[in-house]
Design a protein around this ligand. Structure first.
Ligand SMILES: Cc1cc2nc3c(=O)[nH]c(=O)nc-3n(C[C@H](O)[C@H](O)[C@H](O)COP(=O)(O)OP(=O)(O)OC[C@H]3O[C@@H](n4cnc5c(N)ncnc54)[C@H](O)[C@@H]3O)c2cc1C
Length: 336
């Protein structure tokens, strides 16, 4: 059984893939039904099995470095050679027992050791549910602390990704506890959530290292902006607040308008091109834009995911941009 199928079977193929809300406003009339179709198809067991069996060969590799450590390390070295730093993400979320959670933490620590030994410019970013948040928040904290400790021993950093809104309080609580012991830890805020402006203000006294994203999950309009223009405007407000306060800002977006606006803020505030902030993008997306930013002298980090549980990650990338589905299907049709 291929690794991805085995991973789905282990988890009971339970996770409903997620549809992004933040691009709906600008979605064309054609995109809306496509997006809904991706969501429906992604929940279908037969589709899950077919994608798991053939997906990596057909196009998932555009977004995922591979399934093994060795494949990831090769890609990380290539990405470094292109002038980019790497954020390593081992694909896995919502683990169900302490053994799996501890194993995920151990793998992140081993990766950090390897980056140091092989002089790879990479840190790690992970989901707290991958290291045990659903099992026991204390376990997740302890695993995150182990990873932070290992990163610190190598002069490196780590970041807690942000998941669905039901995890925000727990994730921020773990971040604050970590921050009492470590200064090499960061977290993520999503501009589609109304609460993120308050969350940012509440953490400014910690000179935080924050990555800003628009948000990749389907959230209720009761707690999240539904219109893309609101998500984008909030994104810029958050980044501006972060850049004009102490701390480190990771601007994680492929949106050229936002990037141009950030460059104007950087110029206005006379910020050095390196040291106070970095741009971040996802491996396989908007590569020419990322390259232009490196050429202009900015620090740019690519989030490079790998591992056998890539199905939900792939579905999030497809739903963000239904045009990706055409790319994926083209791969399927052009092969015997
Ligand atoms: C480094 C990084 C880390 C992230 N971490 C998190 C996290 O912890 N939690 C979380 O909720 N979300 C995370 N995200 C995802 C994020 O929330 C968005 O869903 C995603 O980045 C798309 O939004 P955008 O900012 O690129 O803007 P959009 O307005 O969605 O896109 C702008 C342009 O980027 C390109 N683009 C965007 N997405 C795709 C795609 N899938 N395929 C091809 N082109 C695309 C298109 O040209 C599009 O027009 C992360 C994103 C990045 C870059």
């Amino acid at each position: 059984m291929p690794a991805m199928e085995a991973a789905l079977a282990r988890r009971g193929a339970q996770e409903a893939p997620l549809l992004v809300a933040n691009r709906t406003e600008m979605a064309s009339l054609l995109e809306r039904p496509l997006r809904a179709a991706i969501l429906a198809a992604a929940e279908n067991g037969a589709v899950q099995r077919a994608v798991a069996r053939h997906g990596m060969r057909l196009g998932a590799r555009r977004f995922v470095a591979g399934e093994s450590d060795a494949e990831f390390i090769d890609v990380a070295k290539q990405v470094n050679a292109g002038g980019f730093a790497v954020a390593c993400g081992i694909l896995g979320e919502g683990v169900r027992n302490a053994g799996e959670a501890n194993d995920a933490a151990r793998r992140y620590c081993a990766m950090l050791d390897r980056f140091a030994a092989e002089h790879i410019d990479a840190n790690v970013a992970f989901k707290l549910t991958h290291v045990g948040l659903d099992v026991d928040p204390e376990l997740a904290y302890e695993n995150a602390a182990r990873i932070a400790e290992t990163a610190r021993s190598h002069g490196n950093t780590m970041r807690l990704d942000m998941e669905q809104s039901r995890y925000v309080d727990a994730t921020l609580a773990v971040y604050r506890r970590l921050r009492e012991r470590f200064d090499n830890v960061g977290f993520v805020l999503q501009s589609y959530l109304f609460r993120s402006a308050d969350d940012l203000r509440a953490h400014l006294n910690l000179a935080p290292n924050v990555r800003f994203v628009k948000g990749a999950y389907l959230e209720s309009p009761a707690i999240a902006y539904a219109a893309k223009s609101d998500v984008d405007a909030n994104y810029l407000r958050l980044v501006e607040t972060s850049l004009t306060n102490e701390g480190y800002t990771a601007i994680a977006t492929h949106d050229p308008k936002i990037i141009a606006a950030v460059e104007r803020i950087v110029e206005r505030e006379h910020l050095p091109l390196r040291g106070r902030f970095e741009f971040q993008m996802l491996y396989g997306i908007s590569a020419p834009l990322a390259k232009r930013l490196v050429e202009r002298g900015y620090r740019v980090r690519l989030a490079v995911p790998f591992g056998d549980y890539w199905f939900p990650y792939l579905m999030r990338r497809l739903a963000e941009r239904p045009a990706n589905l055409a790319f994926f299907l083209k791969g399927a049709l052009s092969r015997p």
